[in-house]
Design a protein around this ligand. Structure first.
Ligand SMILES: O=C(O)C(=O)C[C@]1(C(=O)O)C=C[C@@H](O)C=C1
Length: 301
C-alpha cells in the first residue's frame, strides 16, 4: 500500500510514505500474467521474472522507467526490477523511480547471479580486447576483468551485450551475461563464475498497480520512505521506534532529496551551514495489519 502518511506540518518538512507491503512467499505460477523487465531475452531480470512467475509471459523493456510505465499503462500486469546486489549494493536508479511512479511493491525475488564470459565461436580469451555488459554486472566481476586487462564497455543489459556481439560480428569483444544469453545469441562460453564472490545474489522487487492486502498468515515486509529534520540523533530516534517493538529492519538506504537536495540551517554558535537533505528508505519485517507495525509508524510520525 502506498499511503500518503504525513506531509509538512510541525517543525519541518517531514513526510512518511508507506511504499509497500511485500509478500515474501513466492507469488503464483503466473499463468496469463504479463511481466515486464529491463533488458533483452536472456537478461538476469527475465530469469528473476520467471522465478517469481514460472508460467508468465515476459516482456522486455529498454529502460528501467519504461518498465515502470508498462505497468502504469496496463501494457503488462507486473514489473520485476533489480534493487540490490549482495556484492555491489543498491541499484539507486530504481529507488528514485519508486518515488516518481505510483506503483506498489507486492513481492520480492532473490536470484543467484552466475556471470559467464562469452564470445563468438572460435574467439579465444586472449583475442578479447573489450568486454561489454551492464555496469552492475561489470562491477560484480571487477577482479577477474582487471586481471584480463580488457577495456570495459557499459551496455543497457547483459543480454544486450551478448546480442550486439552476435549481430555486429564483434570478434574482438566478449560479453558478461547468463548461460541463457549465450544460448539465445549463439555465443561460446569461455568461463563461468566470473563474479568476484561466488555467492552473488540480486534482490528484485515485484511491482503492480494495485497493492496487496497485508495479512499475518505468512511473512510480510513493509517498505517506507521518510525525511527527517536536522539535529543530533534524529535518525537514531527514528529507528528506535522499530527496535522498541522488536521489529527487525532488513534494509536502510538514503538518497538525496532531489527537489530539495540542500538545507540551509542557521545557528547562533556556528553561523549558516548547508546540509544535504535525505530521503530514508527502510524495509522492516512486519505486516501493517500487526498493531506493533501500526504503532511504530504512528510513533515515527
Ligand atoms: O543486465 C541484466 O541482465 C540485468 O538483469 C540487470 C542486472 C542489474 O541491474 O543489476 C541484474 C542482475 C545482475 O545483478 C546484473 C545486472
Amino acid at each position: 500500500m502506498r499511503r500518503h502518511w504525513n506531509e509538512g506540518g510541525g517543525t519541518g518538512n517531514r513526510m512518511l510514505f508507506q511504499l509497500s507491503a511485500t509478500d515474501l512467499v513466492a507469488p503464483s505460477q503466473g499463468l496469463n500474467i504479463r511481466v515486464a523487465y529491463q533488458g533483452l531475452p536472456g537478461a538476469f531480470s527475465e530469469a528473476a521474472a520467471l522465478k517469481a512467475y514460472p508460467l508468465c509471459e515476459t516482456v522486455p523493456c529498454e529502460e528501467f522507467d519504461v518498465t515502470f510505465k508498462a505497468v502504469e499503462m496496463s501494457v503488462v500486469d507486473r514489473a520485476v526490477l533489480p534493487i540490490e546486489n549482495s556484492s555491489d549494493g543498491s541499484i539507486h536508479r530504481n529507488y528514485d523511480l519508486l518515488l516518481s511512479h505510483r506503483l506498489h511493491i507486492v513481492g520480492e525475488v532473490q536470484l543467484a547471479v552466475n556471470h559467464c564470459l562469452m564470445a563468438l565461436p572460435g574467439v579465444k580469451k586472449e583475442g578479447i580486447k573489450r568486454v561489454l555488459s551492464h555496469p552492475n554486472a561489470l562491477a560484480q566481476c571487477e577482479f577477474k576483468l582487471n586481471k584480463l586487462e580488457v577495456i570495459q564497455q557499459n551496455m543497457h543489459d547483459t543480454a544486450g551485450a551478448a546480442q550486439i556481439i552476435a549481430s555486429d560480428n564483434l570478434r574482438d569483444a566478449g560479453a558478461i551475461a547468463s548461460v541463457q544469453a549465450a544460448e539465445i545469441y549463439g555465443l561460446n562460453i569461455l568461463e563461468k563464475g566470473m563474479q568476484d564472490l561466488s555467492d552473488n545474489v540480486t534482490r528484485f522487487l515485484i511491482l503492480a498497480r494495485e497493492p496487496i492486502i497485508p495479512g499475518t498468515d505468512r511473512p510480510f515486509k513493509t517498505s517506507i520512505v521518510f525525511t527527517l529534520d536536522e539535529g543530533p540523533g534524529v535518525l537514531f530516534k527514528a529507528l528506535a521506534v522499530f527496535s522498541l517493538r522488536n521489529i527487525s529492519l532488513t534494509k536502510i538506504e538514503s538518497r538525496p532529496q532531489r527537489k530539495r537536495p540542500l538545507k540551509v540551517v542557521t545557528d547562533s554558535n556556528h553561523g549558516t551551514a548547508k546540509y544535504f537533505d535525505y530521503l530514508f528508505y527502510i524495509d522492516f519485517e512486519a505486516s501493517m495489519i500487526e498493531p506493533r507495525a501500526q504503532n511504530a509508524l504512528a510513533h515515527l510520525q
